[in-house]
Design a protein around this ligand. Structure first.
Ligand code: C2E
Ligand code: MG
Ligand code: MG
Ligand code: MG
Length: 287
């Protein structure tokens, strides 16, 4: 009897694995042509100054509308793009497109609103990342201090010496650096200063439960305190409720990004929000 059960479990397991592998292959094949078919776009999620309510930045987030597969969420296709290497050309496109669009904000008279671009580890380790960033800046005309690169802790903490070299060359261009999903990896705190990081992004998993869970509250508090001590900006990701925002303000967090304020929106919608923001005297932060 047990043997039979075992076999059934085994068959179920391989069948679902095959389905998954097929799915991945299908996604990879379609993703290969997504760029040339113009199926990729960027949405922007506002980053909010909690004191003034002003938009201080927009995170560029990839969206893929495939003819064959429909809308595929980033959580599904980004890992496949990374494993297949497709993230390299896609990431290059994201950089150029994000800078081009941020230059439209700048040209519209908006100041002190940065654009944040997620950089994957594979893209970062290629020796042309510095050239890609400087090309995207030159081509768009965007002042470098308006571009923020989001890196992850694991990216920074592997091969530290090589990474440090690249990071310092990027900093020489004048761009800003932030650490995404902060708290989920293993940062060596002394490196935060060496890497000349500008901003820590508290991972949304801590923000989600911080009001109810004392452990998550302690982590959020510790990151805010760390930022204050090292003079790094701190932004809390994934704030969805008034209660969470009040909690963040009480704990001295100055910036947040989350559905409570706004989900990621299409570029024209984001531009409209910036234009309305221009009417209020809320833009105070120097980038
Ligand atoms: P991330 O960089 O940590 O981006 C934040 C994610 O949280 C986004 O998901 C955003 O839509 C979502 N989010 C924002 N506010 C809330 C909230 O209040 N509640 C909840 N539950 N979620 C919220 P998205 O757009 O699905 O992207 C997922 C991940 O895919 C990103 O995480 C990033 O790691 C990756 N990604 C997206 N675009 C790019 C890209 O252009 N390049 C690279 N390398 N990765 C990207
Ligand atoms: Mg990010
Ligand atoms: Mg994040
Ligand atoms: Mg992430």
């Amino acid at each position: 009897h047990a043997k039979e059960n075992g076999r059934n479990t085994y068959r179920f397991f391989t069948e679902s694995m095959n389905a998954n592998a097929l799915d991945r292959l299908q996604i990879e094949n379609h993703l290969r042509r997504a760029l040339e078919l113009n199926q990729l776009s960027l949405h922007f999620q506002p980053q909010i100054d909690l004191k003034s309510g002003a938009i201080v930045g927009g995170e560029a987030l990839l969206r893929w509308q495939s003819d064959a597969l429909g809308f595929v969420p980033p959580g599904r296709f980004i890992p496949i793009a990374e494993e297949s290497g497709l993230i390299v050309p896609i990431g290059r496109w994201v950089l150029r497109e994000a800078c081009r669009q941020a230059m439209l904000w700048y040209d519209a008279g908006v100041r002190n609103v940065t654009v944040a671009v997620n950089i994957s580890a594979l893209q970062f380790r290629r020796d042309d990342i510095v050239a890609c960033v400087s090309q995207a800046l030159a081509e768009s005309g965007l002042p470098p201090e308006y571009l923020e690169l989001e890196l992850t802790e694991s990216l920074l903490m592997e091969h530290v010496e090589d990474v440090l070299d690249t990071v310092l060359r990027l900093k020489t261009l004048g761009v800003r650096l932030s650490i995404d999903d902060f708290g989920t990896g293993y940062s060596s705190l002394s490196y935060l200063k060496r890497f000349a990081v500008d901003r820590l992004k508290i991972d949304q998993s801590f923000v989600r439960d911080m009001v109810e869970d004392p452990d998550d509250a302690a982590i959020v508090r510790a990151i805010i305190q760390l930022g204050r001590s090292l003079k790094l900006e701190v932004i809390a990701e994934g704030a969805e409720s008034r209660t969470q925002v009040d909690f963040l303000i009480r704990e001295g967090c100055l910036e947040s990004q989350g559905y409570f304020f706004c989900p990621p929106v299409a570029h024209d919608v984001f531009m409209g929000m910036l234009a309305r923001g221009l009417a209020s005297p809320a833009h105070e932060r120097a980038p």
